[in-house]
Design a protein around this ligand. Structure first.
Ligand code: ZN
Length: 463
């Protein structure tokens, strides 16, 4: 290669990168380390890093130096998590095996479905404590792992059909404040131990208004407890609404009313001198291709906002196969500050620019996108373009327990291994996640400062 050609090449390559803060010495070394580990992985895998899920579950990947680095990396906030889909099957088994207030179904369609012990129907209902079911080999860990994650899906079953069954099997975890609180004590610790320092959960506030208040209080108490252990940890909740075509509108209305009531009655008073919102806003969730268009919720959202002016809005949009149901125009018009996924923006470049100019943040969940079949090959994930175009973006993990992924670790690994992202890009994604978190400015500054310290220490140690 001539010197002239090499210079032109380097100049064009530099233009393709997103302008990011100039890295310090330690960060440059960390960047070189990430590149070296990626090369090591490529060599180990025979010359190419594949982008498909079965390979990402491969032991060679999980035992690689690059994966270990991503596990230890400070990763900021996970802004897109669905309630009760955080603790991985093995941890959930341990959690439930120690409880007497939750039982598991063992008969036919009920197999693996959780119930409160108070919902037992009688001696012949097949529902039993999990410890007992394991002890008598009525259920095994291997079967539960399959019943509680995507690994158990039959090849001819639709992924969303299976996914809905997983939610249904675990639904009871959210119906008792005592169980919910203990679940989140375990789940928040698990997240923090995996380098996640702030979590934002979508929670379905079923039941009465007082049920909603009790659920929010239980999650808040769990968060307080974990924050006492890890001062840089915090959590927020968004009330989730459902938008299935077949679902009566009054169920969505009830979920929204309950979210508003939980918002009004449960605050984050960890620091009594500066209380903050705890239930900070709402989201409309579930499979987009099976849902009503978001535009139909214009009036509902306007009425809700009139009573809840500071309501934060994150909407699932652009996570669909059908172009007609991607909802991306509506999410922008409805005033979403953040959008879950936004995958299909590549279909409308003008809209992509509008998102960037409006400063809407995309909550990109690469591992989830692959599991659910929206991006079969992670190397071709459209978010790489969005990031380089300057669209605001964070990485998030969606339903990590059901997808058998480690929250954020696997998503950052996908970015490092399959997108070629280095230290500057990974840091930007993590910092974005804290800047876009739905917390007050003072708390945000604390989280960013703690992250910067952790990052510097990590770069100095690993680089
Ligand atoms: Zn989601």
């Amino acid at each position: 290669m001539t010197k002239d050609y090499a210079e032109k090449r380097a100049s064009l390559a530099a233009k393709c990168r997103r302008a990011l803060p100039e890295p310090g010495e330690a960060e440059k070394k960390l960047d070189a380390r990430i590149a070296a580990l990626r090369e090591e992985l490529r060599a180990e895998l025979g010359g190419q890093i594949p982008g498909s899920l079965p390979v990402l579950w491969d032991e060679k990947l999980r035992e690689s130096g690059l994966y270990a680095l991503c596990r230890a990396l400070p990763k900021g906030a996970d802004l897109h998590l669905h309630s009760i889909a955080v603790l991985p099957p093995d941890e959930l088994i341990d959690f439930l095996a120690a409880r007497r207030d939750v039982v598991v179904g063992t008969l036919a369609e009920e197999r693996g479905k959780l119930y409160l012990a108070s919902d037992r129907l009688g001696a012949e209902d097949g529902r039993m404590e999990l410890a007992h079911a394991l002890e008598i080999d009525e259920l095994t860990r291997a079967e539960l792992r399959e019943l509680w994650s995507v690994t158990g899906r039959a090849p001819d079953e639709g992924i969303w059909d299976w996914f809905e069954k997983l939610f249904d099997r675990h639904m009871s975890l959210g119906t008792s404040p005592a169980v919910l609180g203990d679940y989140y004590r375990a789940a928040f610790r698990y997240l923090r131990e995996n380098g996640v320092c702030h979590a934002e959960l979508r929670h379905l506030f079923f039941g009465s208004k007082e049920d909603a208040r009790a659920a929010a209080e239980a999650i808040r108490e769990a968060y307080y407890e974990v924050r006492r252990e890890f001062p840089d940890f915090s959590a927020r909740v968004l009330g989730a609404g459902l938008k299935y075509r077949h679902l009566p509108q009054d169920i969505t209305d009830m979920l929204m009313e309950n979210a508003l009531y939980a918002h009004e009655t449960v605050k984050d008073e960890f620091d009594p001198a500066s209380p903050e919102e705890f239930v900070v806003g709402i989201d409309l969730v579930n499979e987009e291709d099976a849902s009503r268009p978001l535009g139909e919720y214009e009036e509902m959202l306007a009425l809700l906002r009139a009573r809840w002016p500071e309501m934060r809005l994150s909407l699932h949009a652009g996570e669909s196969h059908e172009p007609e149901s991607d909802n991306l125009i509506d999410a922008l018009l409805l005033g979403a500050q953040r959008v879950g996924h936004g995958l299909n923006l590549y279909r409308r470049p003008a809209l992509l620019d509008a998102y960037r100019d409006a400063g809407v943040t995309l909550e990109v969940c690469p591992m989830s996108n692959q599991t659910l079949g929206y991006v079969p090959d992670l190397r071709a994930h459209p978010a790489v373009e969005y990031f380089r175009r300057g669209v605001d973006m964070v990485l998030a993990s969606d339903d990590p327990a059901y997808q058998e992924i480690t929250p954020l670790t696997d998503d950052f690994f996908a970015a490092a291994a399959c997108w070629g992202f280095g230290a500057a890009e990974l840091k930007q994604l993590a910092v974005n996640s804290l800047r876009r978190a739905f917390v007050g400015e003072a708390r945000k500054a604390e989280l960013v400062a703690a992250f910067e310290r952790a990052w510097e220490e990590f770069a100095a140690r690993v680089g």
